[in-house]
Each structure stands twice: as structure tokens, then as C-alpha cells.
Design a protein around this ligand. Sequence first.
Ligand code: ATP
Ligand code: MG
Length: 586
Amino acid sequence: MEFKPIISAAAAWDVEPNLGDYTTVRTNFSWEKIRRELDFLPNGKGINIAHEAVDRHANGPRADHLALRWLGKDGDVHDFSYGDLKAQSNRFANVLRKLGIQKGERVFVLCGRIPELYISALGTWKNGSVFCPLFSAFGPEPIFQRMNRGDSRILVTTQKLYTKKIAHQHEALPHLKYVLLADVDDHVSETVLSWHKLVENASPFFEIPATDGEDMATLHFTSGTTGMPKGAIHVHNAVQVHFMTAKYALDLHPDDVFWCTADPGWVTGTSYGIIAPLTLGVTNIVDEAEFDAQRWFQIIEEQKVNVWYTAPTAIRRLMRLEFDPLKEFDLSHLRFVASVGEPLNPEAVVWGQETLHLTIHDNWWQTETGGIMIANFASSEVRPGSMGRPLPGIEAAIVHRVSKDKVEIINKAGADGELALKPGWPSMFRGYLHESERYNKCFVDGWYISGDLAMCDEDGYFWFVGRADDIIKTAGHMVGPFEVESALMEHPAVAEAGVIGVPNEVIGQLVKAFVSLKPGYEPSDKLKMQLIGFGRQKLGSAVAPKEIEFEQNLPKTRSGKIMRRLLKARELGLPEGDISTLEADS
Ligand code: ATP
Ligand code: MG
């Protein structure tokens, strides 16, 4: 199918998009101007994420504005104004100070999306310490691995998680001084303490110490889609990108209600589930519960969500639904929808148009980039299947490596190559923890090489081709799994697809697709043949999958990315490698 460009709906909105004319804003952009829109610590004491996210609003007219609304999975609701968040995070910063946790020391947080997580994150940044979030569903080994590699000084968690996953290995973590339990009223021992008791007894006043923009603020482990997760180091200067992208890529306006569905265990849940919306002073919704279509639409309706940031995996799950959301829910406040984490199949954009009457705006970034780098904007045409165009202040290019330390920029529209970014944006990672060689290898000839393959069209829109590791070489062709997966998803029976190359003596690699089916369809040889025929018709026989296997539970990371390396390892009977981020039921 030819997917037609979608004209921006922004003209009909009652707010003007923040980014008007793309070229003009890009041309006039400078980071200096962004810095002027931020507040900075008083008396020239530098820049601190928590000050920009919370205190500067709490110190002004937005003090009573609803900053964070927490929706508990059992129906509880907790509201925090900017003033409340300031006081609570001050208390936590005082707790850290009292416990002797120093600047640069790592504060790990292992819990679900509970209010204590958000307060701990903000208090950690205030104290100059480093926030390091972990998915609560990680098993004991991945937790140990990360805490050990990250020299964890203190851990915020719950009693249940502590008992089940940490207690037996506490002694083996030599740097770990304290564990703070978010769900006990009293201290358990001299080192296992009650979060609430400490916080309630701490002062709500705290002066953020001088913070250099280059001080380490956050340690984020990558998703582990392609191998062992890497610990990406981020600094306080990153908040410039969070602010700029909240404004331009997510189009947040001061009175908006924003909902990012990601867990802070994944970088999206920290950069956009905590920092970015708060820097613009909006209301940020946090839902403790896991994905549930009815609940999600209900939240959008009841909380009057205006801007919604989610992921392709969730959108594909919504696409399987057998009810019409617009008939059952009032989604009329929803203005802007964005997606990140995996390629957004054009079919999903069409679904958004037809089912929600909204355009889903894909954007691209990585743990390493710290913030959104390429996006579809509210004011621009959307080309289904494209990630959009680079943000103001971001220079992206398609490059080929000509030698170990030389790259060539590909100016030809439509030619694919490695997606590279010009270093210098403020949220760029400053290292992989304890892996400096690996970090250095990411930079070649003045470019940061992302590890993704893409192409750029004549109007500067970037199109994802695949991860460099996932590219399939078949009969002299280079095939990106995304293209094949997207084509298969156009078939009415297909809910999701993961495509790999299986070694083959004759053609190098054979394209094989693992397919999950929509409700109402049953696996059969006949359907297999139909899908193979459908693929050929869409893609041509060179690129189309030659083998199809039905697999209702495609292996995915906890952040919802299909793990093609696992499909491949399982297919070939090879070791599965690091599976710490694998979702439990896959
Ligand atoms: P690891 O680096 O450990 O293998 P990961 O790359 O999945 O894991 P993240 O940093 O969470 O870890 O994900 C970034 C990657 O996700 C990108 O490099 C890209 O491959 C993919 N991605 C993110 N957004 C998009 C998008 N809009 N379109 C296509 N791919 C995307
Ligand atoms: Mg990666």
C-alpha cells in the first residue's frame, strides 16, 4: 500500500504548535537561547535537573499547579503540586545528606511506579547524587549485576522486593551502605531503614549545592535488545534537551495534562516520565498499573489527557482490540500522540487516523542520546513509516564507514547507511560506565554512530531501516527487518511480526518471519502460504520472507522491543546471551 503523507491537524487546534515553521526555528536555534529560557540555580551556582523541573515552578506562580497525579493500581489517587514536590524532594535530599551520601554517588531505585520513586529521583538530583532506576520486574541476578557495576551506595525499594531479590546478596554488594524501604513504618536494622520515617523526620528546606552542568546526574542501563545492557552516563546539562524536546517534539503547553506510559526503568520513563514535562510546568500523569486497554482509554478520558507519549508495542496491542475506543470513551481532550522505542509501522499510523482520528507522531532516540533527536512535529506533515526530522540543534546524517576512522556522508536521497549524529547536544551520554573503550568506539571522524541504519529522503525525513546487527543479507540484497515486518502487518491476520535472517548456504541468509495473529485467526499451513504470497506481492520475492512461523508471544524487552537476537538464537539453537531485560512471558 502507498501510505499518503498526513497533513498536520494543528490548524484546527485551539493552541498554536510550539514549533511553527520547521526551517525557520532550526535556522534561528541556539542552545544559548534555550539556556536563557531555563532558570539556573541562584547566585551562579550552575544547573540542576531538579531545580529546572520543580523548584523554579514551586518558587513562582505555578507553586500550586498540579505537577504529578499518581494513579494507584487499586484506585488510590495522590496529587502533588509543584510546591509539594519541592518540599518532598527537599526532604529526601536531606535524608541522603544525613546518611552521608555524597555528590556523584549512586542512588539505585528498584520499585514499581510509586510516588516514592519520583520523589527519590528528584531528591537525588538535588543532593548532587546519581539516580539509577531499575525495572522492578528484574530478577536477582540482573539487579545484582547492575548494582555492582554501578557501585550502588544506597537502594530505594520495597520490603517485598528486598526480601525476594536483594537480602541474600546484600553482603556481596560492598558499596551498598543503606537500603530504604518505601513500605515499612519502622527501621528494620541499622542499615535497612524506613523511607517514610526518614523522610517525615527530615526538613522540607534544602539548598541545592552548586551543580556543574557536567556533573553526573543519571545512570541508565540500555534495553539490552542487542546484547548485554550498557550503563549510559548522563549529566545535569541534559535538562536543556528535555526542556527543548518537551516543547518542540511533544508540543507541551503550560495547561496540558501529559501522560508518558513508560516505566522509569527505561530511559523514556525518566527523561519523559519525570523530567521533561515538569520542566515545562505541566501536569504529569503516572499510572502504577500495567497495560490494560480499557484502563488506558479510561485514564485518557478521566484525566483529560492532552498529550500522550507511548510505544509501538502498546499501539500494536491496541490495534488488536475488537472495540471502537471512540464509541466507548470520550477522548476529545487528546490533541497530540507520540511514540518511541521501535519502528512505528505505517499501518499503526493509519490505525491512529482511522480509529482515534489522531496522527501518531513517531520519534527516534536512544538511551545514549538522553532525549528525542528525530521527530514528527505537530506543525509538520507526517509521512507514515518515517521517524521525522532532526530537532532544532540536532544534526543527523547518513554515513558510510570508509575506513576504521573515516566516514563519508551520504547525500543521496533514499540511500541507506548508518544513522549518525554530530556530537555536542547537551544530553549526549558522557560515557558507558567502566567501558571507556566501547564509548570511544561510538565516535568516528567527528560523528556519533548510533548503531541503527536509516535513510533520508529528499525533504530531510529520516526512515528507519534496521539495527545494524539485525540487517539480513540475502541473495545479494540487504534487507531491514522493519520493512518486512511492516509489510506483513498490512495483512488483516497479522498482529505483530519479528523478522530474522537464517544462515543459508545458497543465498547467504534466508528471511524468516515469526508472526503473531490477531484474535479470530488460527495458525494453519494455508495461512502460512497466504502470508508468504502476500509478502511476495508486497516486497518482491528477493526480500519477502521465505519461511513463516507462528509465535503468539514474540520475545520482547521489558520496554516492549522485539528481541530479534533471541528469535535467532532460539532458531539456531545458540546460547541466548543476556536475557535480563526479557519480559517474563516471552
Ligand atoms: P541495547 O543498546 O542494549 O541493545 P536498545 O538499543 O534497545 O538496547 P534503547 O536505548 O532503549 O536500548 O533503545 C534505542 C534503540 O531503539 C534505537 O537505537 C533504535 O534501534 C530503537 N528505536 C527507538 N526509537 C525508534 C524509532 N522511532 N524507530 C525505530 N527504532 C527506534
Ligand atoms: Mg542500543
